[in-house]
Design a protein around this ligand. Structure first.
Ligand code: SAH
Length: 347
Protein backbone atom coordinates (compact mmCIF):
# COMPACT_ATOMS: atom_id res chain seq x y z
CA UNK A 1 0.00 0.00 0.00
CA UNK A 2 1.21 3.51 -0.81
CA UNK A 3 2.19 5.71 2.09
CA UNK A 4 -0.33 8.42 2.85
CA UNK A 5 1.08 11.95 3.07
CA UNK A 6 -2.16 13.47 4.32
CA UNK A 7 -1.97 14.07 8.08
CA UNK A 8 1.82 14.46 8.20
CA UNK A 9 3.52 17.57 9.52
CA UNK A 10 6.07 19.42 7.38
CA UNK A 11 8.89 17.73 9.30
CA UNK A 12 7.36 14.32 8.71
CA UNK A 13 6.85 15.00 5.02
CA UNK A 14 10.47 16.13 4.73
CA UNK A 15 11.55 12.88 6.35
CA UNK A 16 9.62 10.64 3.97
CA UNK A 17 10.87 12.67 1.00
CA UNK A 18 14.55 12.22 1.98
CA UNK A 19 15.17 9.35 -0.46
CA UNK A 20 13.88 11.53 -3.31
CA UNK A 21 16.59 14.13 -2.61
CA UNK A 22 14.38 17.12 -3.22
CA UNK A 23 14.97 20.52 -1.57
CA UNK A 24 13.41 20.72 1.88
CA UNK A 25 11.05 23.59 0.94
CA UNK A 26 9.11 21.09 -1.16
CA UNK A 27 7.69 19.62 2.05
CA UNK A 28 6.24 22.98 2.97
CA UNK A 29 4.74 23.41 -0.48
CA UNK A 30 3.10 20.00 -0.32
CA UNK A 31 1.67 20.75 3.14
CA UNK A 32 0.24 24.05 1.89
CA UNK A 33 -1.39 22.26 -1.03
CA UNK A 34 -2.94 19.59 1.18
CA UNK A 35 -4.07 21.70 4.12
CA UNK A 36 -4.64 25.20 2.78
CA UNK A 37 -5.47 24.79 -0.87
CA UNK A 38 -7.25 21.53 -0.10
CA UNK A 39 -5.74 19.71 -3.06
CA UNK A 40 -6.95 16.17 -3.53
CA UNK A 41 -4.29 15.05 -6.00
CA UNK A 42 -0.58 15.63 -6.65
CA UNK A 43 -1.53 16.87 -10.12
CA UNK A 44 -2.96 20.03 -8.66
CA UNK A 45 0.36 20.96 -7.01
CA UNK A 46 1.43 23.10 -9.92
CA UNK A 47 4.45 24.69 -8.28
CA UNK A 48 6.13 21.27 -8.04
CA UNK A 49 8.15 20.07 -11.04
CA UNK A 50 6.14 17.72 -13.24
CA UNK A 51 8.67 14.94 -12.70
CA UNK A 52 8.32 15.21 -8.93
CA UNK A 53 4.54 15.17 -9.18
CA UNK A 54 4.56 11.91 -11.03
CA UNK A 55 7.09 10.38 -8.64
CA UNK A 56 4.88 11.40 -5.72
CA UNK A 57 1.88 10.00 -7.52
CA UNK A 58 3.65 6.68 -7.97
CA UNK A 59 4.86 6.36 -4.39
CA UNK A 60 2.36 8.12 -2.16
CA UNK A 61 -1.33 8.83 -1.79
CA UNK A 62 -3.42 11.67 -0.38
CA UNK A 63 -6.11 9.72 1.41
CA UNK A 64 -8.76 11.80 3.12
CA UNK A 65 -12.42 11.06 3.79
CA UNK A 66 -15.34 10.43 1.49
CA UNK A 67 -18.98 11.09 2.22
CA UNK A 68 -21.20 8.05 2.75
CA UNK A 69 -24.29 9.87 3.98
CA UNK A 70 -25.39 13.37 4.91
CA UNK A 71 -28.36 14.71 6.83
CA UNK A 72 -29.36 18.35 7.08
CA UNK A 73 -31.70 19.58 9.80
CA UNK A 74 -34.88 21.28 8.65
CA UNK A 75 -33.75 24.66 10.03
CA UNK A 76 -30.56 24.37 7.95
CA UNK A 77 -28.34 24.91 10.97
CA UNK A 78 -27.01 21.42 11.53
CA UNK A 79 -25.47 19.06 9.02
CA UNK A 80 -24.31 15.64 9.91
CA UNK A 81 -21.97 13.60 7.74
CA UNK A 82 -21.02 9.98 7.81
CA UNK A 83 -17.46 9.95 6.49
CA UNK A 84 -15.52 6.88 5.43
CA UNK A 85 -11.76 6.36 5.35
CA UNK A 86 -9.63 4.18 3.11
CA UNK A 87 -10.50 0.88 4.82
CA UNK A 88 -14.22 1.63 4.85
CA UNK A 89 -14.34 2.54 8.55
CA UNK A 90 -16.86 5.34 8.97
CA UNK A 91 -17.39 8.04 11.61
CA UNK A 92 -19.75 10.93 12.17
CA UNK A 93 -18.76 14.57 11.82
CA UNK A 94 -21.22 17.34 12.58
CA UNK A 95 -21.38 20.96 11.47
CA UNK A 96 -23.36 23.34 13.67
CA UNK A 97 -23.99 26.89 12.57
CA UNK A 98 -23.91 28.64 15.93
CA UNK A 99 -24.52 32.34 16.56
CA UNK A 100 -20.77 32.70 17.18
CA UNK A 101 -19.71 30.94 14.00
CA UNK A 102 -19.36 27.55 12.36
CA UNK A 103 -18.58 24.90 14.90
CA UNK A 104 -17.69 21.35 14.04
CA UNK A 105 -17.72 18.20 16.10
CA UNK A 106 -15.13 15.60 15.15
CA UNK A 107 -14.66 11.96 16.11
CA UNK A 108 -11.38 10.61 17.45
CA UNK A 109 -12.14 6.89 17.40
CA UNK A 110 -14.50 4.75 15.33
CA UNK A 111 -16.92 3.65 18.02
CA UNK A 112 -15.85 3.78 21.65
CA UNK A 113 -15.19 1.32 24.43
CA UNK A 114 -15.87 3.50 27.44
CA UNK A 115 -19.28 1.88 27.88
CA UNK A 116 -21.21 4.94 29.13
CA UNK A 117 -24.82 3.95 29.81
CA UNK A 118 -26.40 6.84 27.90
CA UNK A 119 -24.21 6.96 24.81
CA UNK A 120 -24.96 5.54 21.38
CA UNK A 121 -21.32 5.62 20.24
CA UNK A 122 -20.36 2.82 22.58
CA UNK A 123 -23.22 0.44 21.71
CA UNK A 124 -21.14 -1.50 19.18
CA UNK A 125 -17.85 -1.13 21.04
CA UNK A 126 -14.75 0.31 19.44
CA UNK A 127 -13.65 -0.49 15.89
CA UNK A 128 -10.31 1.32 16.01
CA UNK A 129 -8.43 4.51 16.80
CA UNK A 130 -8.40 7.16 14.10
CA UNK A 131 -5.08 8.40 12.79
CA UNK A 132 -4.02 12.05 12.93
CA UNK A 133 -4.79 12.31 9.21
CA UNK A 134 -8.26 10.82 9.64
CA UNK A 135 -9.17 13.30 12.35
CA UNK A 136 -7.84 16.14 10.21
CA UNK A 137 -9.64 14.79 7.13
CA UNK A 138 -12.96 15.41 8.89
CA UNK A 139 -12.07 19.07 9.38
CA UNK A 140 -10.91 19.45 5.79
CA UNK A 141 -14.08 17.79 4.53
CA UNK A 142 -16.17 20.44 6.30
CA UNK A 143 -13.82 23.22 5.20
CA UNK A 144 -14.39 22.15 1.61
CA UNK A 145 -18.14 21.99 2.16
CA UNK A 146 -18.19 25.48 3.71
CA UNK A 147 -15.85 26.96 1.12
CA UNK A 148 -18.60 26.48 -1.48
CA UNK A 149 -20.60 29.02 0.51
CA UNK A 150 -17.64 31.32 1.13
CA UNK A 151 -17.43 30.24 4.76
CA UNK A 152 -15.00 28.46 7.03
CA UNK A 153 -14.74 26.50 10.25
CA UNK A 154 -14.46 28.81 13.26
CA UNK A 155 -14.46 26.54 16.28
CA UNK A 156 -14.06 22.87 16.87
CA UNK A 157 -15.00 20.38 19.54
CA UNK A 158 -13.55 16.90 19.97
CA UNK A 159 -16.87 15.49 21.08
CA UNK A 160 -17.78 13.03 18.37
CA UNK A 161 -17.40 9.31 18.86
CA UNK A 162 -14.46 8.06 20.89
CA UNK A 163 -12.46 9.03 23.92
CA UNK A 164 -9.78 11.43 22.66
CA UNK A 165 -7.43 10.81 25.58
CA UNK A 166 -7.42 7.06 24.88
CA UNK A 167 -5.95 7.93 21.46
CA UNK A 168 -3.59 10.45 22.98
CA UNK A 169 -0.62 10.63 20.60
CA UNK A 170 -2.68 10.88 17.44
CA UNK A 171 -5.05 13.40 18.94
CA UNK A 172 -2.09 15.49 20.10
CA UNK A 173 -0.58 15.24 16.62
CA UNK A 174 -3.87 16.47 15.24
CA UNK A 175 -4.14 19.41 17.67
CA UNK A 176 -0.59 20.52 16.87
CA UNK A 177 -1.20 20.19 13.14
CA UNK A 178 -4.46 22.18 12.95
CA UNK A 179 -2.72 24.90 14.95
CA UNK A 180 0.25 25.14 12.54
CA UNK A 181 0.14 28.30 10.43
CA UNK A 182 0.95 26.20 7.35
CA UNK A 183 -2.12 24.05 8.03
CA UNK A 184 -5.29 25.69 9.40
CA UNK A 185 -3.67 28.09 11.88
CA UNK A 186 -6.49 27.46 14.31
CA UNK A 187 -6.10 29.01 17.73
CA UNK A 188 -6.10 26.57 20.65
CA UNK A 189 -8.72 28.68 22.36
CA UNK A 190 -11.15 27.82 19.59
CA UNK A 191 -10.72 24.12 20.24
CA UNK A 192 -12.44 22.13 22.99
CA UNK A 193 -11.48 18.62 23.97
CA UNK A 194 -14.10 16.60 25.78
CA UNK A 195 -13.11 13.66 27.93
CA UNK A 196 -14.75 11.11 30.19
CA UNK A 197 -11.96 11.85 32.66
CA UNK A 198 -8.75 9.91 31.91
CA UNK A 199 -6.97 11.46 34.87
CA UNK A 200 -3.26 10.82 34.13
CA UNK A 201 -3.70 11.98 30.54
CA UNK A 202 -5.31 15.24 31.66
CA UNK A 203 -2.25 15.98 33.83
CA UNK A 204 -0.09 15.22 30.82
CA UNK A 205 -2.18 17.41 28.53
CA UNK A 206 -1.87 20.32 30.97
CA UNK A 207 1.91 20.15 30.49
CA UNK A 208 1.94 20.04 26.68
CA UNK A 209 1.74 23.78 26.12
CA UNK A 210 -1.45 23.29 24.11
CA UNK A 211 -4.01 25.40 25.99
CA UNK A 212 -7.17 23.92 24.48
CA UNK A 213 -10.42 24.23 26.39
CA UNK A 214 -11.16 21.19 28.46
CA UNK A 215 -14.61 19.72 28.94
CA UNK A 216 -15.00 16.94 31.44
CA UNK A 217 -18.00 14.62 31.27
CA UNK A 218 -19.14 14.39 34.88
CA UNK A 219 -22.83 13.45 34.73
CA UNK A 220 -23.17 12.63 38.44
CA UNK A 221 -22.41 14.46 41.69
CA UNK A 222 -21.32 11.34 43.60
CA UNK A 223 -19.14 8.41 42.77
CA UNK A 224 -21.55 5.51 43.03
CA UNK A 225 -24.00 6.95 40.54
CA UNK A 226 -21.17 8.03 38.27
CA UNK A 227 -19.89 4.46 38.17
CA UNK A 228 -23.31 3.28 37.10
CA UNK A 229 -23.42 5.79 34.27
CA UNK A 230 -19.73 5.76 33.37
CA UNK A 231 -17.78 2.58 34.14
CA UNK A 232 -14.48 4.50 33.77
CA UNK A 233 -15.29 6.00 37.18
CA UNK A 234 -14.08 2.76 38.79
CA UNK A 235 -10.61 3.47 37.49
CA UNK A 236 -10.65 7.25 37.80
CA UNK A 237 -13.14 8.19 40.50
CA UNK A 238 -15.05 11.43 40.73
CA UNK A 239 -12.85 13.08 43.36
CA UNK A 240 -9.71 12.56 41.25
CA UNK A 241 -11.49 13.81 38.15
CA UNK A 242 -12.53 17.04 39.86
CA UNK A 243 -9.01 17.46 41.28
CA UNK A 244 -7.40 17.14 37.86
CA UNK A 245 -9.99 19.53 36.40
CA UNK A 246 -8.90 22.10 38.96
CA UNK A 247 -5.24 21.46 38.21
CA UNK A 248 -5.87 21.89 34.46
CA UNK A 249 -7.63 25.20 35.05
CA UNK A 250 -4.88 26.45 37.36
CA UNK A 251 -2.16 25.50 34.92
CA UNK A 252 -3.71 26.69 31.66
CA UNK A 253 -5.79 29.55 33.13
CA UNK A 254 -8.66 28.25 31.02
CA UNK A 255 -12.06 27.75 32.58
CA UNK A 256 -12.87 24.04 32.69
CA UNK A 257 -16.38 22.99 31.70
CA UNK A 258 -18.11 20.08 33.35
CA UNK A 259 -20.70 18.43 31.17
CA UNK A 260 -23.69 17.10 33.01
CA UNK A 261 -26.34 15.18 31.08
CA UNK A 262 -29.72 15.53 32.72
CA UNK A 263 -31.60 12.23 32.91
CA UNK A 264 -35.05 11.99 34.43
CA UNK A 265 -35.12 10.51 37.93
CA UNK A 266 -31.47 9.52 37.68
CA UNK A 267 -29.41 12.67 38.29
CA UNK A 268 -31.84 15.59 38.01
CA UNK A 269 -33.00 16.21 41.59
CA UNK A 270 -32.45 19.43 43.54
CA UNK A 271 -30.48 17.49 46.14
CA UNK A 272 -28.12 16.37 43.36
CA UNK A 273 -27.81 19.93 42.04
CA UNK A 274 -26.74 21.03 45.53
CA UNK A 275 -24.27 18.17 45.73
CA UNK A 276 -22.83 19.19 42.36
CA UNK A 277 -22.49 22.83 43.44
CA UNK A 278 -20.72 21.72 46.59
CA UNK A 279 -18.33 19.51 44.61
CA UNK A 280 -17.29 22.34 42.28
CA UNK A 281 -17.30 25.10 44.86
CA UNK A 282 -14.33 27.43 44.45
CA UNK A 283 -13.17 26.11 41.06
CA UNK A 284 -12.70 28.21 37.96
CA UNK A 285 -15.31 26.08 36.27
CA UNK A 286 -18.69 26.09 34.62
CA UNK A 287 -21.35 23.46 34.19
CA UNK A 288 -22.89 22.66 30.84
CA UNK A 289 -26.23 20.99 31.37
CA UNK A 290 -27.22 18.69 28.53
CA UNK A 291 -30.81 17.47 28.54
CA UNK A 292 -30.26 13.88 27.42
CA UNK A 293 -30.80 13.00 23.84
CA UNK A 294 -32.84 9.88 24.51
CA UNK A 295 -31.29 6.69 23.19
CA UNK A 296 -34.17 4.28 22.80
CA UNK A 297 -31.94 1.25 23.29
CA UNK A 298 -31.09 2.55 26.76
CA UNK A 299 -34.47 3.63 28.21
CA UNK A 300 -33.11 6.91 29.56
CA UNK A 301 -35.45 9.88 29.41
CA UNK A 302 -35.24 13.62 29.24
CA UNK A 303 -36.53 15.54 32.29
CA UNK A 304 -39.36 18.06 31.91
CA UNK A 305 -38.43 21.67 31.15
CA UNK A 306 -39.46 22.65 34.70
CA UNK A 307 -36.99 20.21 36.19
CA UNK A 308 -34.23 21.36 33.87
CA UNK A 309 -34.90 24.99 34.87
CA UNK A 310 -35.00 24.11 38.55
CA UNK A 311 -31.67 22.28 38.34
CA UNK A 312 -30.10 25.22 36.53
CA UNK A 313 -31.47 27.73 39.03
CA UNK A 314 -30.20 25.75 41.97
CA UNK A 315 -26.67 25.83 40.52
CA UNK A 316 -26.93 29.57 39.88
CA UNK A 317 -28.14 30.21 43.42
CA UNK A 318 -25.07 28.35 44.60
CA UNK A 319 -22.77 30.56 42.50
CA UNK A 320 -21.90 28.02 39.84
CA UNK A 321 -21.62 29.33 36.26
CA UNK A 322 -24.01 27.29 34.16
CA UNK A 323 -25.24 27.00 30.59
CA UNK A 324 -27.88 24.71 29.16
CA UNK A 325 -26.92 23.18 25.84
CA UNK A 326 -29.04 24.39 22.99
CA UNK A 327 -30.44 21.43 21.21
CA UNK A 328 -29.59 21.30 17.56
CA UNK A 329 -30.46 18.84 14.90
CA UNK A 330 -32.57 16.44 16.94
CA UNK A 331 -34.63 15.92 13.78
CA UNK A 332 -31.55 14.38 12.17
CA UNK A 333 -30.48 12.16 15.04
CA UNK A 334 -27.57 14.33 16.03
CA UNK A 335 -27.11 12.40 19.25
CA UNK A 336 -23.69 10.84 19.31
CA UNK A 337 -23.31 7.80 17.17
CA UNK A 338 -26.88 7.40 16.02
CA UNK A 339 -26.26 7.86 12.31
CA UNK A 340 -23.30 5.51 12.38
CA UNK A 341 -25.27 2.88 14.29
CA UNK A 342 -28.01 2.95 11.73
CA UNK A 343 -25.40 2.46 9.05
CA UNK A 344 -23.82 -0.44 10.98
CA UNK A 345 -27.12 -2.23 11.50
CA UNK A 346 -28.06 -1.81 7.85
CA UNK A 347 -24.85 -3.48 6.73
N1 SAH B 1 -15.52 10.55 25.24
C1 SAH B 1 -15.59 11.97 25.37
C2 SAH B 1 -16.07 12.69 24.12
C3 SAH B 1 -17.23 12.07 23.37
S1 SAH B 1 -18.81 12.20 24.14
C4 SAH B 1 -16.44 12.33 26.57
O1 SAH B 1 -16.92 11.42 27.24
O2 SAH B 1 -16.56 13.50 26.89
C5 SAH B 1 -19.20 13.91 24.02
C6 SAH B 1 -20.30 14.36 24.98
O3 SAH B 1 -21.58 13.88 24.54
C7 SAH B 1 -20.09 13.82 26.38
O4 SAH B 1 -20.31 14.79 27.35
C8 SAH B 1 -21.14 12.74 26.44
O5 SAH B 1 -21.42 12.45 27.75
C9 SAH B 1 -22.27 13.38 25.64
N2 SAH B 1 -23.33 12.41 25.28
C10 SAH B 1 -23.20 11.13 24.97
N3 SAH B 1 -24.40 10.56 24.76
C11 SAH B 1 -25.33 11.52 24.94
C12 SAH B 1 -26.75 11.56 24.87
N4 SAH B 1 -27.48 10.48 24.58
N5 SAH B 1 -27.36 12.73 25.13
C13 SAH B 1 -26.64 13.85 25.42
N6 SAH B 1 -25.31 13.86 25.49
C14 SAH B 1 -24.64 12.72 25.26
Amino acid sequence: MKKNLFGLSVEEIARVLLPLQVPSYRAKQIAAWMYQKMATSFDEMTNLPKQLRSTLQAQFCLCTARQKAALHSSDGKTSKFLLAFEDGTAVETVLMRQPYGNSICVSTQAGCNMGCAFCASTLHGMTRDLTTGEILAQVLFIERFLAQQGQKVDTMVLMGSGEPLMNYDRVLGFLRLVHEPYALGMSYRNITLSTSGIVPRIYELADEGIPVNLSISLHAPESELRTRLMPINRKYPLAEVVAVGKAYGDKTKRRVTYEYILIEDVNDSIAQAKQLAHLLHGQLASVNLIPINPVVERHLLRPSQERIDAFENCLLMNHIAVTVRREMGTDINAACGQLRNRHLSER
